[in-house]
Design a protein around this ligand. Structure first.
Ligand SMILES: N[C@@H](CCC(=O)N[C@@H](CS)C(=O)NCC(=O)O)C(=O)O
Length: 203
């Protein structure tokens, strides 16, 4: 049995649960982190005191993108994770780049969702909005040339970026028109695991 530790309103937890749902895996998700706290037993599994962490038949793993790669490589998820070295590297590039993208979006999310209106740092939000707008051109460009970030089919290369794209589209901030990115976001919304796991109210 696969165990996934982490509160479901975490972007990094959503990524793992989303893939588990796409792959039809049976899993037990346990709330940890944020208001749920972290006990010593959990910290012994993950010395970073961060979520998510998984345990699969005694194998413990943390770092959300490593978990995505492990699940896809070991549980019949090959369709989500190409084996050809160039195709695989292209997919992994978007997984790594997702942290650049997440760093741009996170301040907007924390300020607009987790900070009271009168305590918001508007200059920080403005800088993040501008940074996200610039980075979104990179996504729009690649998605004008290929259907998915993972290539011709949806895969693990789409998941980390998509988790934060959804948040970006939900924020009451200015966004430039990005037709290819919007087409991809609409295609993601046609997937029920994306709707059920990622498109929950932000908190
Ligand atoms: N690089 C790590 C980052 C993990 C991370 O920052 N997790 C956040 C939630 S998204 C966390 O654990 N925050 C503390 C908490 O929830 O208590 C990963 O991708 O797994």
């Amino acid at each position: 049995m696969l165990t996934i530790w982490g509160r479901i309103n975490s972007h990094n937890v959503k990524k793992v649960v989303w893939l588990a749902e796409e792959m039809g895996l049976t899993y037990d998700r346990r709330d940890v982190g944020g208001a749920f706290g972290m006990d010593e037993a959990y910290r012994a599994l993950n010395p970073n005191a961060l979520i998510p962490t998984i345990e699969d038949e005694g194998f413990v793993l943390w770092e959300s993108n490593s978990i995505l790669r492990y699940l896809a490589a070991n549980h019949g998820g090959e369709a989500f994770y190409p084996t050809d070295p160039k195709a695989r590297a292209s997919v992994e590039r978007w997984m790594d780049w997702s942290f650049t993208w997440a760093d741009a979006i996170r301040p907007i999310f924390f300020q607009m969702v987790r900070t009271e209106a009168d305590k918001r740092d508007t200059a920080l939000v403005e800088r993040s909005v501008a940074r996200a707008a610039g980075l979104s051109a990179i996504l729009d460009d690649v998605l004008g040339r290929q259907e998915w970030l993972s290539g011709e089919a949806f895969g693990v290369g789409d998941i980390p970026v998509a988790a934060y794209v959804h948040t970006w589209f939900q924020m009451p901030v200015e966004r430039p028109s990005r037709p290819n990115l919007e087409r991809w976001y609409a295609a993601l919304q046609a997937r029920s695991p994306f709707r059920d796991v990622v498109m929950i109210p932000l908190s």
